[in-house]
Write a protein that binds this ligand. Structure first.
Ligand SMILES: [Zn+2]
Length: 201
């Protein structure tokens, strides 16, 4: 990979042998390997038996989970917050595991919609809850750095299943509790919007 980075620097018009860039290929390789380390993560190892049988049917919410990912269209970062909720059927998962599940899927080349769905699907498959809801709000540097959109624009995506999909009251309670920057109403609209960055060159 370091040879490729050296070639990339040269193609950009740089001199890869100048002092400031000498160790750049090594650093870029290390950074990229970390930023895509989610490919090697094993969900079973991460969950590691942290599933507990409970008699609890109220909403469990972990909100404001910071994440950093890389847009697969431009290899530029997108980052923001992920909010996860579920209503247990018979089991709950250790709360600290939820941000780690978000890390598994954000540390890959991604699009925001897929990241949102993968987190929701994983919670559903592991916890088997009555319902699961995931909302992701993110700033995409491929949009803001390139001036495609206003500097402060961000995209909101959501995935709702089970009671969050079937019961408006449950869904609204969740959206009220996470209080998005964009306000509750835009989430419903954004659920099926595809990401702006994909339409750009
Ligand atoms: Zn992009």
């Amino acid at each position: 990979m370091q040879d490729l980075i050296r070639q990339l620097l040269a193609d950009l018009g740089e001199d890869p042998s100048r002092e400031g860039l000498l160790n750049t290929p090594k650093r870029v390789e290390k950074a990229l390997k970390f930023l895509t380390s989610g490919y090697d993560a094993n969900l079973d190892d991460i969950v590691n038996g942290a599933l507990f049988t409970v008699d609890y049917n109220e909403m469990v919410i972990v909100k404001d989970i910071d994440f950093y990912s890389m847009c697969e269209h431009h290899l530029l970062p997108f980052f923001g917050k992920c909010h996860v909720a579920y209503i247990p059927s018979t089991k709950v998962i250790g709360l600290s595991k939820i941000p780690r599940i978000v890390d598994v899927f954000s540390r890959r080349l991604q699009v925001q919609e897929r990241l949102t769905n993968q987190v929701a699907d994983t919670i559903r498959d592991i916890v088997r809850p009555l319902g699961v809801a995931v909302v992701v709000e993110a700033t995409h540097l491929c949009m803001s750095m390139r001036g495609v959109e206003k500097q402060n624009s961000f995209a909101v995506t959501s995935a709702m299943a089970g009671v969050f999909r079937d019961q408006a009251r449950t869904r609204m309670e969740f959206l009220e509790l996470i209080k998005l920057r964009s306000g509750v109403s835009s989430v419903r609209e954004s659920a099926s919007t595809s990401l702006a960055c994909m339409a750009e060159d």
